[in-house]
Ligand binder design. Sequence first.
Ligand code: UTP
Length: 273
Amino acid sequence: MINKCLFPAAGYGTRFLPATKATPKEMLPVLTKPLIQYGVEEALDAGITTMAIVTGRGKRAIEDHFDISYELEHQIKGTSKEPLLDEIRTLISQCTFSYTRQTEMKGLGHAILTGETLIGNEPFAVLLADDLCDNAILKQMVKVYEKYECSIIAIEEIPTSQTDRYGIVAGHLIDNSDDTYRVTDMVEKPAPDEAPSNMAIIGRYILTPDIFEILKHTKPGKGGEIQITDALLEQARKGKVIAYKFKGKRFDCGSVEGFVKATNYFFNKGEEQ
Ligand code: UTP
């Protein structure tokens, strides 16, 4: 069983400056919902109710979003606007939220290690809210975890020209029916001519807790940051890591282009309903 989901949300979001100067990237809205709310909904849909969020300076709006806003709620009580808060109220009542702060932004691997205090010694999901997904990807991954009981990473085929934006994996297909690969190699943001494949890691993981011990001795890698890909490669070499080609749509909302695509996609989807 996967009970907890970790949300690394401490990054600066520099690609969205100046919007992210005083507003967390995770709070940018696609239509009327902030990115992190979509993430929490996806985790809940996968049967996970404990949300563990790694924040940093200037990210208090995330905590306020998942709390009651007495003044506002009092003000709109009994008016036609009250139903606009129904969805978030229901979400809050179904989950618990805990927070810790990453005081120095030393990379995604370091952010995950910072979350150890909230996770403890059990397998857990990791969700990067800026990768916005449409089709219950975490739920699919929990099923894959139940079969293999090791760390699972979600992958997507990307154009070769974009390998330097992602962690890239190499592996051999172990089960055609569920699109799973045993990972043999992993490189962070390689140039296209150095990439071992075009299979990119996206912001969904299920990790076994031994990853924390590995992260404690993982040295800074690409960009001087502690990379989760380096720790996962060690885990793959010592034991087993499975890459899963998910079914569904993903938008890179950490980039302006991906954000606009996601907004159009969800708007059109809403119009069709
Ligand atoms: P990104 O690589 O997208 O970095 O991080 P960023 O700072 O958020 O955005 P840019 O590149 O400056 O525009 C991937 C994920 O890892 C988290 C981020 O919050 C994001 O969800 N992260 C990254 C941390 O929590 N801590 C870090 O030190 C680095």
